[in-house]
Design a binder for this molecule. Structure first.
Ligand code: HEC
Ligand code: HEC
Length: 246
């Protein structure tokens, strides 16, 4: 009897649902498209990202430039800038070797990192090391695409859309010009990174009738380079593939 009831219930539920055509329509209207990903991560890097953003960023900064809030507050000596070829090319194995002594509590010459190593399970610490080269990507532009993605979702997606096609929810409110579509954009297609940077910093003031805000007023130059790096990922093939993707 119970079994029969279990079989019947889903059928009743299905019968009560709206006709299929309407169901499809309402799904497309409410389902948000997935945000464009700056760069594909390995499973280890993905796990390391979580640790980096909870533990490491306070000193190393969200882009890895060594400018986190603890450094700005003057309580920690400045860590190295990870947006350099040295860290872009570093493998997890090299970085792990560097911190072997720290993980064993035997590296007094690096007190900050020895302290951090004592707070985390070794495998979690090592995953965070695997994430460091991701921060430096793409090496050909002076910004961190993965951090640019975060700023973009918060500041730019309303107009340009989470997929960068110029179709965000606020795009329809604009009467003069439509937000640029980064998947076909000419400045990006031309790899004119300085031009993209200038347009973000200055906004649409040089373009008659553009609602593109003057971002240089509130964003730092580093944030703007992070955004340029992220925008460069909207057009496949413009950037060298990260070495962790075969
Ligand atoms: C309390 C501040 C602080 C935190 C939190 C912190 N670091 Fe550091 N880190 C430093 C400082 C200072 C240096 C430079 C001196 C040194 O090597 O100890 C550094 C250096 C490094 C280096 C460069 C080492 C080299 O020789 O090239 C790496 C890689 C690194 N940290 C990774 C991490 C990771 C991964 C985390 C999070 C699990 C983390 N750090 C958390 C302060 C911090
Ligand atoms: C209020 C809506 C709005 C917001 C928010 C907005 N933009 Fe724009 N953006 C526009 C419009 C409209 C244009 C097209 C006209 C122009 O080029 O000024 C544009 C153009 C651009 C261009 C020039 C592309 C080209 O090659 O011509 C870049 C680059 C750009 N936006 C980046 C950004 C970034 C990065 C952010 C977030 C920090 C952002 N925009 C936020 C409306 C917006």
């Amino acid at each position: 009897m119970r079994r029969l009831l279990l079989l019947v219930l889903p059928l009743v539920a299905a019968a009560c649902q709206a006709p299929p055509a309407e169901t499809t329509q309402s799904t497309t209207a409410t389902e948000a498209p997935a945000p464009h990903q700056a760069v594909a991560l390995t499973a280890v890097q993905k796990a390391g990202e979580t640790t980096f953003e909870t533990v490491c960023w306070s000193c190393h900064g969200t882009s890895g430039r060594g400018d986190g809030p603890a450094v700005a507050a003057g309580v920690v000596s400045a860590p190295p800038n990870f947006l350099t070829p040295q860290y872009a090319d570093a493998t997890q194995a090299t970085l792990e070797r560097r911190f072997q002594a720290s993980l064993q509590g035997n590296d007094p010459s690096h007190p900050h990192m020895q302290y951090v190593a004592s707070l985390l399970k070794p495998e979690k610490f090592n995953e965070a090391l695997a994430f460091i080269p991701v921060l430096s990507w793409p090496p050909e532009i002076a910004g961190s695409a993965i951090n640019g993605q975060r700023i973009f979702q918060f500041r730019c997606a309303a107009c340009h859309g989470v997929t960068g096609q110029g179709n965000g929810p606020a795009a329809a409110s604009l009467v003069t010009m439509a937000p640029a579509n980064f998947t076909t954009d000419t400045l990006i297609a031309k790899k004119d990174w300085q031009g993209v940077y200038n347009r973000i910093k200055e906004g649409g003031q040089s373009v008659h009738g553009s609602a593109m805000p003057t971002w240089g007023v509130i964003l730092s130059d580093n944030d703007i380079w992070d955004l340029v790096s992220y925008l460069a990922t909207f057009q496949p093939g413009l950037l060298k593939r990260p070495r962790w993707i075969n």
